[in-house]
Design a protein around this ligand. Structure first.
Ligand code: ATP
Length: 574
């Protein structure tokens, strides 16, 4: 957690301000019982009203000063805490943004969300508490002990006996609760995961009649969180009554022994009253420290989880010296192999091909044969385990990532739209695109027709995840987003699958003109989509098993023949 505290650096003047305020308010708390004992022992005993009023006035002023300091402490510490967590959230978010897909898969989306929200809140809470209590509690304990000793050394022995008892009690309870709080964070992760899956998969859940099963899964996850939270809080809850019991017993002891000493003339009533207050202050400060020590390990568990994110280094880093490519639109794979984290075999092996401007390279093959994996290597979503991926003659590892990606117009397999209008979504491809360019891109993507039928045209809103447009419409908008960039390299990852044959053909015809100077790489399932390609790569179990034009492959490649045949049978050939 100390590492995270470095984030307090920009607030150091405010932190010092808080510490000074805390120091003053603690001193005022320590002064009040002393003033009270003066009033009792001198003012009341001697019946001196003016002394009582005078000391009472001082008491009021001291209390007022303490109150002002406490209010300011609360204000400033909250301000620091909020600023600290805002900075940390930004840092974590930026780090997550820099992750490759491997790290995101490894951590899990749900866990990353919990880490960015709940875990940071835990640390923030401790930062605030620490500023308020870390200094005041020890000063209060030491100060109250000194004041108590000043009042009566003999009676102070009671405090010296009580303190170890309190510390042992606290230690025993903390020993059991701390691991529980650690576990609780993991259970919250799990709960978040279930909620997320349920919200995103609501249609599938309903149509497969799994609502009850999912509710059961949710209840189970929720039960686990509440079970462990209840257990931990029950133990914590026992702490307060236990402390009160110890406090009350020690007050009885103080009154008992104090009474004897007053009787013997060794102690005054006002001093005994002040003594009891000091005892209470010591006990409550210890309790506060305990609370801190419960919160700290809990926040420590969160801090570890946050640091895991901050320290995770994506293997995909910017090169030390980026090489400026001289060519335009060249993609080359040289004996590339790649496997996903944890998988025993490579998803693609020994892939070699060259794609040039003005050419269309199509990749066809069965599901899971590695088609998308090939595409994913080009924008450097993943790095090759063996071999080289070259874009414009430069290894993608040696290229500035932003420059590399600015060359690419990528249409993912699962169309992804963002909340905003249709125009906003298209502008995502090119921020400064003119209306003319947006309309042209929609035209090519065969989207003009349905967009113009929408009430507000290109200003029509797209709801979260693009749920208010159909699958095929979503695909067309995400194609338009790539077209508006006028990129050197187009990557279509099975992006025509939700289109009917007619729209698919129209779109490809329009695209042909638009992309005549660009390099196009298309992953597809349908033979009709790839027939006109300059070259077709036939994939099978991660290997290229054939490369050539439609006609060549039809003559020579058995797997391609099988694909064509199976689609002809279904009447899908044009
Ligand atoms: N994120 C991932 N983590 C682990 N394995 C993966 C991941 N993505 C894909 N794979 C595996 O890699 C192999 C190739 O997957 P890829 O997505 O490239 O196939 P594909 O030919 O595009 O399939 P489809 O046509 O079904 O989209 C598959 O065996 C798949 O199980």
């Amino acid at each position: 957690m100390l590492k995270l505290f470095k984030g307090l650096k920009p607030y150091w003047t405010l932190v010092i301000g808080v510490l000074v305020l805390v120091f003053i308010s603690t001193l005022t708390d320590l002064e009040l019982p002393d003033l009270m004992s003066d009033i009792v022992d001198t003012g009341i005993v001697q019946g001196d009203v003016s002394y009582i009023l005078g000391r009472g006035g001082v008491m009021l002023l001291v209390a007022l000063l303490g109150t002002v300091c406490t209010i300011l402490t609360s204000y400033l510490s909250s301000k620091i805490g909020m600023g600290f967590s805002r900075d940390l959230r930004k840092k974590v978010f930026e780090k997550v943004e820099s992750f490759s897909l491997t790290e995101i898969n490894e951590m899990g989306t749900a866990s990353l969300i919990t880490r960015t929200t709940n875990d940071i809140n835990q640390v923030q809470m401790v930062v605030i508490m620490m500023m308020r209590m870390m200094l005041s509690a020890p000063i209060m304990i030491v100060g109250a002990l000194i004041m108590a000793l000043r009042k009566d050394v003999e009676l102070s022995k009671v405090i010296l006996v009580v303190i170890p008892i309190i510390i042992v009690t606290i230690a025993i309870i903390a020993k059991f609760t701390l691991p529980m709080f650690q576990k609780m964070q993991n259970k919250i992760d799990k709960l978040n995961l279930v909620v997320r899956e349920n919200l995103t998969g609501i249609r599938v859940i309903r149509v497969f009649n799994k609502v009850e099963a999912e509710q059961e899964r949710f209840n189970q996850a929720s039960l686990e969180v509440s079970r462990i939270a209840t257990m931990a809080n029950r133990l914590m809850g026992a702490l307060m009554p236990l402390m009160m019991l110890i406090l009350n017993l020690s007050i009885i002891a103080v009154i008992w022994f104090g009474g004897i000493r007053i009787n013997d003339g060794d102690l005054m009533v006002g001093d005994l009253m002040a003594f009891i207050q000091y005892l209470t202050q010591v006990m409550f400060s210890l309790l506060m420290l305990t609370m801190m020590f419960v919160l700290i390990p809990r926040a420590q568990a969160s801090a570890v989880r946050i640091n895991e994110v901050l320290e995770m280094e994506s293997p995909i880093q910017e090169p030390k010296e980026a090489i400026q490519p001289q060519l335009k639109g060249y993609v080359e794979f040289k004996n590339v192999s790649f496997g996903y984290e944890g998988a025993e075999e490579y998803a693609i092996s020994n892939i070699s091909f060259v794609a040039k401007p003005g050419e269309v390279t199509a990749i066809i093959g069965g599901t899971g044969s590695g088609k998308s994996s090939i595409l994913n290597m080009i924008p450097r979503f993943y790095d090759a385990a063996k071999g080289e991926v070259l874009v414009d003659g430069v290894n993608v590892r040696d290229m500035n990532q932003q420059e590399l990606r600015s060359k690419i117009g990528y249409v993912p397999q699962k169309a992804m739209l963002f909340t905003g209008t249709i125009r906003d979504n298209i502008l995502y491809g090119k921020e400064d695109a003119t209306d003319e360019e947006v309309r042209h891109a929609l035209d090519i993507a065969q989207a003009t027709d349905f967009v113009s039928k929408m009430k507000e045209g290109i200003e029509s809103p797209i709801s979260q995840g693009g749920t208010n447009v159909s699958g095929g419409q979503k695909q067309r908008l995400s194609i338009a987003r790539a077209i508006v960039r006028k990129p050197e390299i187009y990557l279509f990852d099975d992006s025509f699958s939700a289109l009917d044959f007619k729209t698919d053909a129209q779109l490809r015809a329009a695209l042909k003109k638009e992309t005549k100077d660009s390099t196009v790489i298309i992953v597809a399932q349908r033979v009709s989509t790839v027939m006109d390609a300059t070259r077709i790569l036939v994939m099978d179990e991660g290997h290229i098993v054939g490369m050539g034009t439609h006609e060549e492959l039809l003559q020579t490649n058995e797997i391609y023949q099988q694909i064509v045949e199976s689609q002809l049978k279904k009447g899908e050939e044009e």
